[in-house]
Design a protein around this ligand. Sequence first.
Ligand code: SF4
Length: 490
Amino acid sequence: MPVSAPESNFYAEWRCREGRANLLRDSGGRVPERLLQIVWYHQRLLRDQLSTLDGRPIRILHPGFWNHEAGPDFRGAVVQIGGEPARSGDVEIDLRPEGWRDHGHDRNPNFENVILHVVWEAETDSIAPAPALALKPFLDSPIEELALWLGSESAQNYPAPIKGQCSAPLGELSEEKLDGLLRQAAFVRLRRKANEFQARAREAGWEQALWEGLFRALGYKNNVWPMQRLAELLPRVAGEKRSAHFWQAWLFGMGGLLPTQPEESDSDEYLRGIWEIWWRERDASSDLIFPRSLWRFNGLRPANFPQRRLALAAHWVADKKFFPRLEKWFTGSISVAPLSDLLALLQVDNDEFWCRHWSFRSAGLPGTQPLIGVARVSDLAVNVILPWLWMRAVVGKNELLQRRAEKFFFEWPAAEDNSVLRLARQRLLAGASPRRFKTAAAQQGLLQIVRDFCNHSNAICAECQFPDLVRSWNLGGVEPKASGSVTPGL
Ligand code: SF4
């Protein structure tokens, strides 16, 4: 394929001319892994000639989805090797087969689902447990051309295999129809979450159900379960009025997150105070203390370390007016800025230690750092607080408050972007900009579609019924239904 210089893009032309877009130049002539990843992503290969290092023909039915987080480079690829049935799994890209061991993939459980090790060139057989494919003999153009092609517009487009089969029918929907579909999917998601709160409230009461939801959400995706478990243990010491300091000691201690007991000479006043409380408490619950290995810190920004999230939650739990204040926020006169008001309600800016430290042993920060920001509050609102309030209104048969929860939910400003939304926009909406989503409900709708359809299919959209559903929706006749994973009639 010849290099296609953009014809009408002054900036792109300049980049190509100046060689700014040439990854080979930046790497001193060595083929950088980044270039291999892009070649793989766009499948710039002689696809019908590919064979593995051990000589078996291989068909790439789908290259997988580029993973920008920890773990293999591509997730969910579909490949067929020799006469075997097609397999779905991850793809890791390294320069050479030895990279598998040199980069520690052989000791990393994140790489257990790798079905193909893609390398640039090889002098050995595969070293990974999976078959290996060397790209160098199978490029569809010389590597120098490919490196230049990166600067062209066509390289910036999403490759065809990334688009799901629903992408075309979704592209035919008017903006209004697409918004309507996302809105209905979002409502399914609201009801599903609310239903989970109701089920838990039957067992443990509404307040406990909310604590568990809030703690879970503070665990992000990495630490959901230890956070949930800590919330489940709260009633063991609830009842008496306790300070935020007490709750911090208890949550850190139960969570196995406290650093070793300070020495006599240790000048760390905060840690000494926490240990003073915890050593009196720990014997009563020693069989329930978590191993520290339960927590995952990889890839977390310091501001999101579980210790800081627990420090924040300790303030909420210590606040006997937390629930009345939350209810007042919801049932009082409608605010013009519910997000700012909720942020003010959940924010803690007087924690002398945690507003100035990322962790127990970190150096003090030059200024204070809030314990929670707008993005996390938005996330808590749409995923936890509003579904919980909505279900309480439904159960209490308070139609006015039910409508209010729906109004808040559907008008809530868009929350922070994330990797699931990014991939969903690529697959379903041809790479639509995140700015396309003005409300958190539209994001929630997209997430629900991923849950109902993408998560039950594979990268090549096998047996997915969503494209048919979209076509029916476009004809105006059929009310969209979620999959069987959602209880009907809630
Ligand atoms: S699996 Fe279904 S919903 Fe997901 S991208 Fe493919 S066609 Fe669309």
